[in-house]
Write a protein that binds this ligand. Sequence first.
Ligand code: ZN
Length: 295
Amino acid sequence: MSMPESPFRDAVFTQPDGFSQPNGVYCRYCGATPAVDVDFRAHRGLIFMMQFRKLPGPFCRECGLAVFRKMTGDSLVQGWWGLMSMVINPFTILMNVGARYQVAKLPPPVPGAPRQPMSPGRPLLQRWQIAGVLVPLAVAGLIIAGAASGNSSSSSNSGYKPYVPPTIPSIPSFPSVQSMPSFPSAPAAPVVPGNPTTSATPTTPVNFPDSDKVKPGDCVWDTKGDVKTDTHPKMEIVSCGDDRSQATVLGKTSGPTAESQCDTSFPDSDLVYTHSYSYGGGPEIVDYALCMQTK
Ligand SMILES: [Zn+2]
């Protein structure tokens, strides 16, 4: 006379939209269906180094929301630290918002998945990481304030110049310091322009001294922990048969678009290290990226 007793009854029938139908797509993480095939990303700017993480789908609704909140929260805090990161991070966040929209449309997973779906936890808007949106707003405010004081301080051109954010540089064949005229009064410059390659030192929290030697097919590990979660990894090359091996290098790309080339040329890569350098405090210049797949 009443509904058959089922341990899953509440989970299914208390949802307002009522019906959860298998859609033939299964969550990569818990095996539940319905699911949708989207990717979530996280970006971390590290002044001289950038890290991109991608967790590929498909995702059920629960796992998708959990991953969206974690990775977008990480990006909101870690994604702004570098000129190029300031440009890249909003796109990372917007791509996640688009993927979240598709995940949130799914009905709840059909009960009986092989593993328990992840717990989505608190909505992103209720997490402290949302305060990270203030970082670009603060920078924009400083730029505007600088421009305003530059305009009002003097009518001549001798006042402060408003700060103009540099555009993404094309590959330079010569550093700009070499093309500048030398000043007769030689102001004390902290950077010696004689040999610019010596100033291209990747002083970075991501310690990867052998990154120049890495070849496709090599394996790497983080000597300080798990490369997927460590915030200051120290990377070393290791034999792929070694138990310590944590990621395989699928390929190496170069130039300012090296990171996006990882996505297109090595779609299986889920961890990208971008190596960049700067001449005498100038804008960062990407010279290569390592497209890796974690194990
Ligand atoms: Zn799932």
